[in-house]
Design a protein around this ligand. Structure first.
Ligand SMILES: [Zn+2]
Length: 73
């Protein structure tokens, strides 16, 4: 999935894969390690996320290819 992003779990710090577009549509995503942790949007914050995504899309177009290299320090 091209749009997949990662979020750090607030509890264990592991990466939670999520699709920001699905998030905007109201989906929630669970941490692979913590069944009690789920990332979702509170009603009312969707507008903010949509605006953020629009900016993100513009950034992506400008940036073109971005390095996905990640160091685990
Ligand atoms: Zn977790």
């Amino acid at each position: 999935m091209e749009n997949q992003q990662y979020l750090n779990c607030p509890d264990c710090g592991s990466k939670i894969p999520f699709d920001p577009y699905a998030l905007v549509k109201g989906a929630s995503f669970m941490c692979p390690r913590c069944p009690s942790i789920s990332i979702g949007l509170a009603p009312g914050s969707r507008e903010i996320v949509e605006n953020t995504l629009n900016k993100f899309e513009m950034m992506k177009k400008k940036a073109g290819e971005m390095s996905r290299e990640q160091s685990s320090s």
